[in-house]
Design a protein around this ligand. Structure first.
Ligand code: F6P
Length: 320
């Protein structure tokens, strides 16, 4: 193998740049040429390619987002799109491809490998931490840090005004961010899509807290469970208390990657290059405990991740 390509695809996540840096530098140290493909799979459809050198990834370890830019490509999912992308790989002598993205990007990667014959390796990256086959996806820790800082700040106002706040976090249809950041931020209640909840019970729990002397409360809701404003309206009506809603939204996607995202980006990036050099196909890098290892890309959607409900039970106890 002489030349590999690398792209970032889907929602940007802090840690993509450290992973890209690791892919480029490990590959070059092993004697490979690296082609950067801009704007995800769109770059393969439009020929947006550029050679990457050791210095082209200098100064990005501390930057959120992705210097390769990203996109969600609908055309790539069509047969015509896949053929065009495969042709771009062949025309440019690309013999291996590293895809840094989420499970949607990995489904595309598996199809591209089938159509083109070019070996593909995935690096899981999404703030949602919802990719099967791995316990960690790049961007999750940075998103948690951002959301926790926001909760801490809002708590200052909640305490000062003796108010209830509902804070909505991202996570698409899953509650990994909400569960982790709710626990870290000491939320009085956490709402996740995986566990049905009764808004009356949530209010009754807040009421019990108030009876014990709590004068403020924070409810963390995952965007896939309930929208912040809906929850706030209900709680306000039920408890006859002032309630404010805050949607953290895209603040969670950006920001300088935490140490965890930089270290995991480095480890995933270097492993992805090793896997291509070993001739492996259709694999992705994964975290299991303290180890980084390779699992089939298909695991990303065939082995859905299960939310650790014990975090929520623990939070209920600690929020007493
Ligand atoms: O998958 C990452 C994520 O930030 C989700 O948490 C969120 O629901 C979604 O992307 C937003 O997607 P878009 O960038 O297309 O608005």
């Amino acid at each position: 193998m002489k030349r590999i390509g690398v792209l970032t695809s889907g929602g940007d996540a802090s840690g993509m740049n450290p992973a890209l840096r690791a892919v480029v530098r490990s590959a070059i140290v092993h004697g490979l040429e690296v082609i950067g493909i801009e704007r995800g799979y769109e770059g393969l459809l439009n020929g947006w390619l550029k050679p990457l050198s050791l210095s082209s990834v200098g100064g990005i370890i501390n930057r959120g987002g992705t210097i390769l830019r990203t996109a969600r490509s609908e055309r790539f999912k069509t047969d015509e799109g896949l053929q065009t992308a495969a042709q771009t790989l062949h025309d440019n002598g690309i013999e291996g491809l590293v895809v840094i993205g989420g499970d949607g990007s990995f489904r595309g990667a598996v199809r591209l490998e089938e159509v083109s014959g070019v070996a593909v390796v995935g690096i899981p990256a999404t703030i949602d931490n919802d990719i099967g086959g791995t316990e960690y996806t790049l961007g999750f820790d940075t998103a948690l840090q951002v959301a926790m800082d926001a909760i801490d700040k809002i708590r200052d106002t909640a305490d000062s005004f003796e108010r209830i706040f509902v804070i909505e976090v991202m996570g698409r249809s899953r509650g990994f961010i909400a569960a982790a950041v709710g626990l870290a931020g000491g939320a009085e209640a956490i709402l996740v899509p995986e566990i049905p909840f009764d808004p009356v019970q949530v209010c009754e729990r807040l009421k019990q807290g108030m009876a014990r002397g709590k004068r403020s409360a924070i409810i963390v809701t995952a965007e896939g469970a309930a929208r912040a404003q809906e929850v706030a309206t209900f709680v306000e009506m039920y408890l006859r208390e002032e309630v404010r809603a805050t949607v953290l939204g895209y603040t969670q996607r950006g920001g300088s990657p935490t140490a965890t995202d930089r270290i995991m980006g480095a480890r995933f990036g270097a492993l992805a290059v090793d896997l291509l050099l070993q001739g492996q196909r259709g694999m992705m890098t994964a975290a299991h405990g303290d180890e980084v290892l390779a699992v089939p890309l298909r695991a990303s959607w065939e082995q859905p991740r299960v939310l650790d409900e014990s975090l929520l039970k623990l939070n209920e106890v600690l929020a007493s």
